[in-house]
Design a binder for this molecule. Structure first.
Ligand SMILES: NC(=O)C1=CN([C@@H]2O[C@H](COP(=O)(O)OP(=O)(O)OC[C@H]3O[C@@H](n4cnc5c(N)ncnc54)[C@H](O)[C@@H]3O)[C@@H](O)[C@H]2O)C=CC1
Ligand SMILES: O=C(O)[C@@H](O)C(=O)[C@H](O)[C@@H](O)CO
Length: 313
């Protein structure tokens, strides 16, 4: 890829996006309003890029990939000639509205403006913009240099051409874009993730299982199948005659169980009890090291899946 990419917000996700596009060959400008965030990013980027190279997930020398990422404190310089601007500032509607107004005014008219927002809809932060036809959500999953899904969620006024252009850029960078046909808060992944978390909170609150055992249900159960199949393909293979057969066998029970499932308030006392069990398992001082352990486990999984895919070809 020869496109120039602008990354606005050099935090956890912005830095990860910079790796995605630099790995694909793009010249990347990485901007942050906080000088400390910019000062830290070279070290943090090299750590992640070095780990990826260690797993064979980057074929170039880490320094060559890092050289394509230019941190800059100047927003206008960041946006100059960018084909795609990927926004990653804090998750508030006010912050999104403010930064998109700046980006719309400063970027080239044909640049795609995409937000990494986890929950907000593009129509909430782009309505009044002159260039709103090129604004959308491009929601990644942490970390996007390992988990390729990108949820492309256009506003009603986003042009089809802009959506197709964004889809192509994400694909060329090695991502796996999906398209939201209609806007909805939280898009697809966080709503599904939220449904799972909601039931886990309710089961914990009801005293049915510990935090550790509820985590095992995904780690040693559902997550294994879901690491290479989705929920519909999974159930399609769980009954002799496929999904319809599965629905006939188990649909009524899922329906009855669903009737008993309630939203969870995520109240402070419940979350504090869950956090206490997590802190007993992992002191807060070890969170960063454990996140790096997570990334390395994901790298090994992704490397293995790529080897299997190559062997299958
Ligand atoms: N953390 C995660 O797992 C994921 C986060 N996201 C979304 O990505 C966005 C960023 O999240 P994180 O990277 O986790 O946050 P973060 O707090 O690590 O990084 C945000 C960065 O934006 C900078 N910033 C804030 N306002 C700015 C401005 N006006 N101009 C330039 N820089 C500014 C901050 O200095 C900070 O470095 C949020 O919308 C979040 O919902 C999406 C997927 C996953
Ligand atoms: O889990 C993820 O990586 C993404 O779905 C996110 O947007 C955030 O981390 C999310 O969980 C917080 O809302």
């Amino acid at each position: 890829m020869q496109d120039r990419i602008a990354i606005v917000g050099a935090g956890l996700i912005g830095r990860a996006w910079a790796i995605v596009f630099a790995r694909a060959g793009c010249q990347v400008r990485l901007h942050d309003a906080d000088p400390h965030a910019l000062a830290d990013c070279q070290r943090l980027l090299l750590e992640n890029i070095g780990d990826l190279a260690g797993h064979g997930l980057i074929t170039e020398a880490p320094a060559a990939v890092l050289a394509r990422i230019k941190p800059t404190a100047n927003l206008a310089e960041t946006l100059e000639d960018a084909a795609l601007v990927q926004e990653n500032v804090r998750e508030t509607l006010e912050a999104k509205r403010a930064i998109f107004a700046e980006m719309d005014a400063l970027s080239a008219p044909d640049a795609i403006l995409a937000s990494s927002t986890s929950w907000l809809m593009a129509s909430e932060f782009s309505e009044g913009l002159p260039g709103r036809h090129r604004v959308m959500v491009g929601h990644p999953v942490n970390p996007p240099y390992l988990i390729p899904l990108v949820e492309v969620a256009p506003a009603p006024w986003t042009s089809d051409a802009a959506v197709q252009r964004a889809h192509a850029l994400y694909r060329q960078a090695g991502q796996s874009p999906v398209l939201l046909r209609k806007e909805i808060t939280g898009f697809l992944l966080n709503r599904i993730q939220g449904a799972v978390l909601n039931e886990a909170l309710n089961l914990y609150a009801g005293g049915y299982a510990s935090v550790q055992d509820l985590d095992k249900v995904l780690k040693d159960g559902l997550g294994l199948r879901w690491s290479f199949m989705g929920p519909f393909e999974t159930i399609d293979l769980n009954a002799p005659a496929g999904l319809l057969d599965y629905a006939r066998r188990y649909g009524p029970t899922y329906r009855d169980v669903a009737r008993g499932q309630q939203p969870n308030d995520w109240d402070d006392a419940l979350v504090a009890r869950i956090d206490a069990e997590r802190r007993e398992a992992l002191p807060a001082t070890e969170l960063a090291a454990r996140a790096r352990w997570r990334d390395n486990r994901l790298m090994a999984l992704v490397a293995h899946q790529r080897t299997q895919a190559r062997d299958a070809d």
